[in-house]
Design a protein. Structure first.
Length: 131
């Protein structure tokens, strides 16, 4: 099985249109991404929220490495084609970062998943947190 983590690139979103310190606006970004991601996956796949704002986690229980590559490319393409309305109706793309971890190809146990996801979330945290 595979875990896919999807995080929007907050640096690419116009801050004059979106308040990135607002939990409700970050939630809106996550819901926008989730709506698109869920259409790219199978009914056996599970979508979940991360503890990080705006981050989506997808569990693909019957997916090997090749299937993961296909799913990730479908997600990337769908989000690249989608236009998000922000602020007063301005249209923008949502650029994303995606990480996929497959068992047993990439990790051997639950701790391997946790460490890989934590490392990815640490890398994207600086672009999500607003000071």
């Amino acid at each position: 099985f595979t875990v896919v983590v999807i995080a929007p690139d907050m640096k690419s979103i116009p801050t004059d249109q979106v308040n990135l310190s607002s939990e409700s606006e970050l939630n809106g970004l996550r819901l926008f991404a989730q709506e698109i991601v869920v259409r790219q996956l199978r009914t056996t796949d599970v979508i979940s929220n991360s503890v990080m704002p705006a981050v989506t986690i997808a569990l693909l229980p019957e997916t090997d490495s090749d299937g993961t590559n296909i799913a990730v490319e479908r997600i990337r393409a769908a989000l690249a084609d989608a236009k998000m309305s922000i602020g007063t109706g301005q249209q923008t793309e949502m650029k994303i970062s995606v990480m996929a971890v497959n068992y047993p190809t990439d990790v051997r146990d639950t701790l391997g998943f946790v460490d890989s996801i934590k490392e990815f979330e640490d890398r994207v945290t600086s672009s999500i947190e607003v000071t």
